[in-house]
Design a protein around this ligand. Structure first.
Ligand SMILES: Nc1ncnc2c1ncn2[C@@H]1O[C@H](COP(=O)(O)OP(=O)(O)OP(=O)(O)O)[C@@H](O)[C@H]1O
Length: 444
């Protein structure tokens, strides 16, 4: 039976989820704090964790990091409020499987849990990739990505795929693999964002029994699993300098060495990497090796943010509606015009992942034969009024506030939410930064 650990300090949520999951045949356990959750993680050995973001002791992101360092393959679903969507996006960068917004929708949870557990079984077995539903956009940006994919796929070139979280970088990588001569071999995706130094070495290159505490048996690395196929390294900027050196050697010499071994193993993999940082900046800051950067940068694809391809929103929304209809066994086939207008007005910090989630949830909440704006979360429904300013406004104070807010959000993103760094770059003190974040409703 599949075991699920629920972590939330709100007993009502725990009881609700426990009841729901038990009915569907899952075995569950609950914890009311992160520390209790970590303890139960060791003893209960769940197949999936669903955790609140706001916990009384450790915040959800730190808990996620700790869980991932114990088991990088475990799917973790983070529960959050809509106002915390940027944090949810960060959770995805750190390897969370998905986020769900409160109030929880039971059907949404069940659909996510089912697909997360199925997907984690695929990872365990390192199966052939599942056929993916890639939606081609029509905007000039999207058309160009498609052209780049067709151009680079048949070659064996390494590719850097850059773009914000949720823009579809992994899907682009899978598409490159599927259009390449390696398509009948494995596509192996490794989330480097969630790996500690030691784990990264063993995950990528494998290890021999006894090479470090906890290495109880020999283990093949993902390089070997991807033999003949494609290795996709997500969040590449997160790898330590030491691992970067090993990776460079693996690419240059086509040889790897398992941790604790003196023997070389030949490799034949195509490397695709993704990043949502500016890798050049990381090279200039000496966080990323320049030689590795140039090796990887044989070709670069920049996947645009959804807000920069708004012409595609209707197309993506229609496709996600069809997918959600299948997933949820529903049959609602259109949106009201106002619904689409609201989608176009919003700024989509979580990009396509957020759009897909919003559509799935809207479908769940819809009872008529059309999806109406009432099924939108308040953040999107009221976006124009609260979060952005009309281009035609002449109110200088409003313009100044909006620019300031955007600058703070961008800077925080740039420095991975490090408040001290952000304050320094913005030339204000930390206290002022916190006051402004509170004033503009920016989640930290
Ligand atoms: N072109 C596309 N066609 C269909 N679905 C897409 C497309 N691009 C993105 N998506 C959807 O958005 C979700 C996020 O995509 P993906 O995981 O590839 O993004 P990412 O940029 O790799 O995210 P992260 O930076 O968080 O790893 C996918 O699960 C998929 O549902």
């Amino acid at each position: 039976m599949n075991k699920i650990l629920i972590i939330d300090d709100d007993p009502t949520i725990c009881i609700m989820l426990q009841g729901l999951l038990k009915k569907k045949g899952y075995e569950t356990d609950t914890a009311f704090s992160a520390n209790e959750g970590l303890k139960k993680f060791g003893s209960f050995k769940p197949k999936l964790v669903i955790s609140d973001f706001r916990l009384p002791d450790i915040n959800g992101l730190d808990l996620l990091k700790q869980i991932k360092s114990l088991n990088p393959h475990i799917p973790v679903i983070i529960m959050t409020s809509y106002a915390e969507i940027r944090t949810a996006v960060n959770a995805i960068k750190l390897g969370a499987y998905e986020y769900v917004t409160k109030p929880l929708n039971p059907e949404e949870i069940l659909v996510l849990i089912k697909s997360a557990i199925e997907k984690s079984k695929i990872v365990e077995k390192v199966d052939k990739p599942k056929k993916i539903e890639f939606i081609r956009g029509k905007s000039p940006n999207s058309v160009q990505i498609d052209q780049y994919i067709s151009l680079v796929a048949p070659t064996d070139m390494s590719v850097i795929i850059e773009g914000e979280s949720g823009t579809g970088k992994e899907i682009v990588a899978r598409r490159i693999h599927e259009a390449s001569a390696r398509k009948n071999k494995n596509f192996v995706a490794v989330d480097c964002g969630a790996l500690s130094n030691e784990l990264a070495g063993s995950e990528l290159f494998g290890h021999n029994k006894g090479s470090f505490t906890g290495a109880i048996s020999d283990k093949k690395g993902q390089f070997e699993h991807a033999k003949g196929g494609t290795l996709f390294l997500d969040e590449i900027g997160n790898l330590s300098y030491e691992i970067q050196i090993k990776l460079l050697r693996a690419i240059q010499e086509k040889k790897i060495r398992q941790l604790g071994s003196n023997d070389d193993i030949d490799t034949d993999v195509r490397i695709l990497v993704a990043t949502n940082e500016d890798l050049i900046k990381e090279v200039n800051n000496s966080n990323f090796r320049e030689d590795l950067y140039h090796r990887l940068n044989e070709f670069k694809i920049s996947v645009p943010a959804l807000r920069d391809r708004k012409e595609d929103i209707k197309l993506f929304a229609d496709n996600f509606l069809q997918l959600s209809n299948q997933e949820l066994n529903k049959n609602i086939n259109e949106f009201s015009d106002e619904f689409i207008q609201k989608l176009k007005a919003y700024n989509w910090p979580g990009n396509l992942r957020e759009l897909r989630n919003v559509i799935r949830r809207a479908l769940l909440l819809s009872t008529g034969d059309r999806v109406e704006t009432s099924a939108l979360p308040p953040e999107i429904l009221h976006y124009q009024e609260t979060s952005s300013i009309d281009n035609s406004t002449t109110d200088l104070k409003l313009i100044q506030a909006s620019t300031e807010k955007d600058k703070i959000i961008d800077t925080l993103k740039e420095v991975n939410n490090n408040k001290s760094k952000a304050a320094r770059l913005l030339n204000i003190d930390r206290k002022t930064l916190y006051t402004k974040m509170k004033q503009y409703g920016i989640e930290g």
